[in-house]
Design a protein around this ligand. Structure first.
Ligand code: TNX
Length: 533
């Protein structure tokens, strides 16, 4: 080959590589056509954002916030605009009418993003962000592409446990940003547990003065080698909760609060020993694991207290759901408690499992009276499930299968595929709860269990990963556990089943790691370093 044609060849190769790497979108869109000649346009500070509908203002703000943070400039916005160099945001039905569906076009005159609804425009904007170069620059070349896209599942969630370790409002917002950047749309906020109560309830100030703090925490893995003697805790004021909910709504993320009952309630008992079967004394838990001290199911004061809590929680969250936990409630105390046994006898219940079912169903009626639906972990199936409760299947897929067969709505979060507190290499290189959940396993997860018929499968709303924080004590560890596994999950929940391919995902993932660097996140490096199990 002559020198000149060699250079031309190399140049073209480079250009197509750049264009190619810039269409490494995750989750994979339904349809993407990249201009075959590698044509690009440029976004610079002269580009304008046209906001055709007021409900798209927060989307334009997110785009500008991202450009400012990552590239150091932002764009002017305008309600009308003609001509060239525009990013036009508009609500207009695309071929696929699903909520969140969008069409993105990068053409000679700029960018057009049409969404079936405002959420769709937001997701189109997320795809645009992934078309931008991963090097900082004030003039951003974007490949000319046509994308049509829509989510597979309507529920694409992430849970953060802020009880075992408390995270600031600022960090919770960053967590919500991660959700939004992955086109996910639910933040399940695990607000109470044995180790700390994290939400202001004005009627019960002891929840903030006593239940929100523990005096010490075990060192190392449960049962631990001694304690650190450091007071740990905190809670969110109602004003802060509203601020977070608004922040999430601007990113099309719904916030679902979880108030645990009747188990995982030792922090509550520390402030209100009269709500336990033995009367205490209790302390806010300093160790982890499953605790025997639970709320008394025979005492009406317990229900009055929980109703007070729901009265204040319900209006803070626009979501139609309230999660009440219901998991891991040992029955030891109830078995020897006169009040619990009397309740079993009076109501003609078979055993303590039916007593738990009574507890949850009584609370469900109250939650329904507030116009909300109840979600519970799959233990709410034990002793009888109400027709209207929503089941979060965590102990594998069994609970989800059973609930869907009973025609109850289901959210899949099985430990086997989506417990992000589990290790991701063997041996794990930091302290984790246990388990082994490498990236490939997450990617291979199929949220519709094969045991379900097509009709039953309709009861599966989607899926969610859970980040329990017994051993996740600070933000950089949160990110270490999330990335890259959360990126794999986003594709599981968004992309078409037949489009998922691990090899193809891995090619795109390399570019995603460059984005992680732009976002300054602390990711696990096992996959990057070529880890093979
Ligand atoms: C089980 S998942 C729990 C949590 C723990 C988690 C640790 C669930 C409903 N309950 O309380 O933090 O295991 O993986």
């Amino acid at each position: 080959m002559k020198n000149s044609s060699f250079f031309l060849f190399s140049f073209l190769f480079l250009i197509t590589q750049i264009a190619f790497s810039q269409s490494h979108i995750i989750p994979k869109p339904s349809e993407i056509t990249v201009s075959p000649d590698g044509k690009q346009i440029v976004i610079s500070s002269k580009t304008k954002i046209v906001i055709k509908n007021k409900s798209l203002t927060s989307t334009a703000e997110f785009l500008n916030g991202y450009l400012r943070e990552v590239y150091g400039f932002e764009l002017t916005t305008t309600p009308v605009g003609n001509g060239k160099n525009l990013i036009v945001l508009d609500i207009q039905k695309t071929d696929n009418t699903v909520s969140g569906g969008y069409a993105l076009s990068v053409h000679q005159n700029g960018v057009s993003i049409k969404g079936n609804d405002a959420a769709g425009v937001f997701y189109g904007m997320q795809s645009l962000l992934q078309l931008l170069p991963t090097q900082k620059s004030s003039s951003l070349s974007v490949p000319m592409v046509e994308i049509k896209d829509a989510p597979r599942f309507s529920y694409r969630g992430m849970m953060l446990d802020v009880s075992r370790h408390f995270f600031s409002v600022a960090y919770v917002k960053r967590f919500i940003d991660f959700i939004a950047l992955h086109k996910m749309n639910v933040f399940h906020w695990h607000l109470t547990d044995d180790q700390g109560w994290r939400v202001e309830v004005k009627k019960h100030p002891k929840l903030m003065s006593i239940s929100a703090f523990r005096d010490s925490t075990i060192v190392g893995h449960h049962p631990g080698k001694g304690k650190d003697g450091v007071r740990h805790g905190g809670y969110y004021t109602q004003e802060e909760i509203k601020e977070v909910v608004k922040y999430a709504a601007d990113r099309f993320v719904e916030v679902i609060p979880e108030i645990e009952m009747p188990g995982h309630s030792e922090a509550t008992l520390a402030a209100f020993p009269n709500l336990g079967c033995t009367g205490g004394p209790y302390i806010v838990a300093q160790n982890f694991g499953v605790h025997k001290e639970v709320l008394c199911a025979g005492n009406d004061d317990v229900f009055a207290f929980l109703q007070d809590v729901i009265d204040e929680i319900a209006p803070l969250f626009p979501s139609k759901y309230i999660h009440v936990g219901g998991d891991e409630c040992p029955k030891d105390r109830w078995k020897t408690c006169a009040k619990c046994q009397k309740r079993i006898k009076d109501l003609n219940l078979k055993d303590e499992h039916e007593l738990q079912s009574y507890f949850i169903q009584r609370m469900e009626k109250y939650i329904n009276s507030k116009g909300k639906k109840l979600i519970g972990w799959d233990e709410i199936l034990e002793g009888g499930l109400s027709k209207t409760a929503i089941v979060m299947s965590w102990r594998g897929e069994k609970g989800g299968i059973e609930a869907a067969k009973q025609k109850n709505t289901v959210i899949m979060t099985p430990t086997t595929y989506v417990y992000f507190d589990y290790g991701q290499v063997k041996p794990e290189d930091s302290l984790v709860i246990g388990g082994f959940l490498p990236l490939e396993k997450v990617y291979g997860y199929e949220p519709i269990p094969k045991e379900l018929t097509a009709d039953e499968a309709q009861y599966v709303l989607g899926g969610q990963a859970n980040l329990w924080t017994e051993y996740v004590a600070y933000p950089s560890k949160v990110e270490y556990m999330l990335f890259p596994r959360m990126t794999a999950l986003s594709e599981v929940l968004w992309s078409k089943k037949e489009q998922r391919n691990y090899d193809d995902f891995q090619k795109r993932l390399l570019t995603q790691f460059q984005r992680y660097d732009l976002w300054k996140v602390n990711y696990h490096k096992a996959w990057l370093n070529g880890y093979k199990k």
